[in-house]
Design a protein around this ligand. Structure first.
Ligand SMILES: C=CC1=C(C)c2cc3[nH]c(cc4nc(cc5[nH]c(cc1n2)c(C)c5CCC(=O)O)C(CCC(=O)O)=C4C)c(C)c3C=C
Ligand SMILES: [Fe+2]
Ligand SMILES: [Fe+2]
Length: 339
């Protein structure tokens, strides 16, 4: 049997110039249960872009230790943020998909259909790309919703898409957007969301911009993520006209024992409150295009506790850009040249 896909129904009549816009994000487990987490984490943590330990050794550690402990712990954390509609990351991603579709229709771009796929879990890359292929789209514009490129996120998304496309008999025209850390529309949306908070509650003593971390050696081996995070911070600070000493860039969500990008968010918050006597901070998370476990649990809850426990008094979390109109407009501005 041939590896390459077959189209059985009138293959050439199905050809049309329509464009598939594919939004992707990381993905969540199907449910906040240990069983669903085991499936999700097994897929996630088996990705060599995420964990770069030699495969055989990592398989033993992953299946022998981590997948026996972590699913139960993570399920509890997910249960605390789960909504009636499901995981916040998936709920916001679906809203982004629907709102981008409406915006494209409003702009008269009704030859474009917006799809949503997740790198891990569901809706899976495989099923969504299959849908795109079956519908006969000959052009795909992929927008991974990671503003700052990292091999572990955007690079891994590219792997997953390529893995499917190598089986297509008729490979589509493909535009893969690999980041938008300095896109003026993204920076505008980010700055506006922060400004709305500052206008409402006043300037805190420190504004913390907390990005998801990666192991430090990714940076040493050439991953640009760290530099792109610094770039986003610099542009937001400039846009807001803030003093750069009032803003701190930090990294959160460590995993494992190795050194990750520093300064760590939790340690910074503790030091600010304990050593510098800072009482009042606001914190935003520019690397997350949707609120998710890492913001709603780690930033809203865990790190608030760290700060308050160390003597801090006022801690405000500024939500991710989610389905804000200016965020969706930024998506449109980023993809429009390919439509
Ligand atoms: C193990 C190494 C990890 C690397 C490297 C990593 C990079 C990375 N991740 C995001 C965005 C998200 N990560 C999320 C959850 C999450 N991340 C890791 C591990 C690594 N991430 C794990 C194990 C988990 C699962 C939760 C847990 O068990 O702790 C999420 C949230 C998903 C959700 O469902 O809400 C996002 C989003 C970025 C941007 C990044 C590198 C730049
Ligand atoms: Fe992560
Ligand atoms: Fe976390």
């Amino acid at each position: 049997m041939s590896r390459f896909t077959a189209v059985t129904e009138e293959p050439h009549k199905r050809f049309h110039k329509k464009t598939a816009v594919l939004l992707t994000n990381l993905g969540s487990p199907d449910a906040p249960t240990a069983k669903a987490l085991r499936t999700y984490l097994a897929e996630f943590l088996s990705d060599p872009r995420i964990v770069e330990i030699p495969r055989v050794l990592w398989k033993i550690i992953l299946h022998g230790i981590i997948l026996r402990i972590r699913p139960k712990r993570s399920a509890k954390l997910y249960a605390g943020i789960w909504t009636e509609q499901g995981s916040p990351l998936l709920v916001y991603s679906k809203k982004q998909q629907a709102k981008l579709a409406s915006l494209l229709a409003e702009k008269g771009l009704d030859h474009a259909e917006v799809f949503l796929a997740m790198r891990y879990g569901n809706p899976s890359m495989k099923s969504v790309l299959e849908d795109i292929r079956e519908k006969g789209y000959q052009k795909i514009v992929v927008l991974p919703l990671y503003p700052q490129y990292s091999g572990s996120t955007t690079g891994s998304t590219f792997d997953a898409i390529s893995r499917e496309l190598i089986n297509w008999r008729w490979v589509p025209e493909l535009h893969f957007i690999n980041g938008y850390q300095d896109n003026p529309h993204y920076i505008d949306a980010l700055a506006t969301s922060i400004k709305e908070d500052l206008d409402k509650h006043g300037m805190p003593e420190k504004l913390v911009l907390s990005y998801h971390g990666t192991p430090k050696f990714f940076l040493e081996k050439g991953d640009p993520y760290y530099c792109f995070c610094q770039m986003t911070t610099r542009l937001v600070v400039e846009k807001l006209g803030l003093n750069k000493n009032d803003v701190i860039t930090t990294f959160q969500s460590r995993f494992g024992k190795a050194e990750w990008l520093k300064p760590y968010t939790d340690e910074t918050l503790e030091k600010l409150a304990k050593e510098d006597g800072i009482k009042n901070i606001a914190i935003a998370s520019p690397a997350f295009s949707s609120d998710c476990l890492e913001t709603l649990e780690e930033l809203e809850e865990e790190n608030r506790e760290v700060f308050e426990h160390a003597g801090g008094e006022h801690y405000r979390y500024i939500p991710a850009l989610n389905d804000r109109d200016d965020h969706i407009e930024a998506f449109y501005q980023i993809i429009k040249q390919y439509l």
